[in-house]
Design a protein around this ligand. Sequence first.
Ligand code: BES
Ligand code: MN
Ligand code: ZN
Length: 489
Amino acid sequence: MKIGVTEGRIPEIEADAVVVGVDDKGNLTKEALEIDQALGGKIAALVQTKEITGKLNELTVLLAPSGIRAGQVVVVGLGDRENFGCGQAYRVSASAARRLAEKKRKRVAFCLGDGWSEGCVEAGISGALVGCRGQDLYRSEKNCHPFDEILWNDDYQAVLAAGQILGETVNLTRQLVNEPASRIYPESFAAEAEKFAEEFGLEIEVWDQQRLEAERCGALLGVARGSARPPRLVILSHRGGAADAPTLALAGKGVTFDSGGLSLKPSEGMQAMKCDMAGAATVFGAMQAIARLELPINVIGLAGLVENMINGDAYKLGDVLTARNGKTIEVLNTDAEGRLVLADVLDVAVERGAAKIIDLATLTGACLVALGMDVAGVMTNDQDWCDAVLDAAETCGEPAWQLPMFPEYGELIRSKVADIKNIGQGRWGGAITAAKFLEEFVAGKPWVHIDIAGPAFLEEAKSWTDAGGTGAFVRTLVQIARNWQSTSE
Ligand code: BES
Ligand code: MN
Ligand code: ZN
C-alpha cells in the first residue's frame, strides 16, 4: 500500500473518502471544520441534533456530499480530548479504515492529527494500515479490501515512514498468527524469518534438530518429540549500537499448534491454537520494525518453534526433561508446554549476553481468567525493568497489568522427583506459577514476562480490528527499544 500526503485544501482532495474527527464535547477538529464549511455546516448540524456525539470510535458516514471532491466523508468520534493518547489514535483511525475497507476503495485521506503528538500521528497511520486488513486470507470473497493508497495531512510527513513501518509489522505479526498450522510450522516459520532478515539486514541463526540436540535443549526437544514437524530455534540480531553497548533480548513462544499433547485439549479449547505462536510472531514483527527504523541499539530476538502434538514418541506425564541450563523438570501436564520451550530459549538469551530480557507468550488460560481477554499479564524479577515495560505499554495504549511474584508461588512448582515440575499445585494462580517456572531460567537477569494469551488473538472482531491475530505488543516492544538507551544506563 502506498502512503502519501494530501495536497491543497481538504475539500479539494481527490479521494474515495476523507476521514475527519469530532470530540465528545462536539468540537470539530480544524480539518473537520474545513470540510464542514464546504458542506454548508452539515456536520455541525448533525452534532447539534446529537446524531454525531463524538464518542470514541463512533463512525458516521456521509455519502456523496456536495461541495467537496471526495466521494464520502467519515466522521470518527475522538472521545475525551483529555484522555486522548496513542492507543486512541491507533483505534480511531483503524475503526475508520475498517469501515471503509468493507468495499473496494482506491484512495482514502485521513485528515486527523490536529493537535496530536508525533507519537499519536504515527499510531494513527499504523492503525489505518491495520484496520483495512482482515483474517480473510483464504476467502475468495474478501471481507476487507486494503486500499491502494492512504493519504495523511502533509503536516505529518516526517512520521509517515515510521507509521508505515509499524503498521506493516503489526500486520506481519497478525498474518503469521492467522495462517493455519498447516502453513506455519517450525520449519516454514523459520523460513519466514530468514526471508525478512535478508530483506532488512538482520543477522539470523536457525538451529535445527541436530543443533538443538548438540546444544542440549532438552526441554524444548521434549515438547517437539510428539510431532512429525521438527523444531527450530531462531536467533535474530540487530546490531545498531556500539559493540560494547548492552543488548536487549526479546524471546517468544512459538508453538505453531498446541493440541495439548497427551494431556489433550478438548476440541473447543484447540480451535484457536494456531495462535500459540503469537509470542514468536510478535518478536519477529518487532525485530523487523527495529531494523527498518534503524534504531541505534543492540537487540536480539529469539523464538522457540515447536508443534505440541501426539505420536508414538510423544513426551509423557511423569517424564523428566533436562533443560539446557541443567535443571531437571518433571512433566505432569503436557499441555503446559510453552514454559518448557521458553526455558531453553531464555537460557540461550542469557548465554548471548542479554543485559535485560522480555519474553512474550500465549502462556496460560489462567491469565485470561485473571485479567480478561484484552489485558496482558506482566510478571517480573526486577521492578525497575517492569516499570519501563509498563510505561511503554501505557504510552502505546496497550493494556497490561502486573501480577505479583511472591516467593510462595515458587514453592508450588517444587517436584519430589526433579528440581521443578511444569504445573503448580492445583490450578490457582496459574499465570503466576508459570512465570515462577520461567524465572528459573533467566539466571537472575532483569526479566519481564508478558502473558499475551488474551490480547494476542480475538474471537470476535472489534470496531477497529478484525478477529484473529491482533499484533498486540509489537508497538510496545518498539517503544521499549526506542527508550532502551536511557533505560539501560
Ligand atoms: N497455549 C495454552 C494457553 C492458552 C489458552 C493460550 C487459551 C491462549 C488461549 C497453554 O499452552 C496451555 O495449554 N496452558 C495450560 C496450562 C495448564 C495445563 C497448567 C492452561 O492454561 O490450561
Ligand atoms: Mn498448552
Ligand atoms: Zn500453549
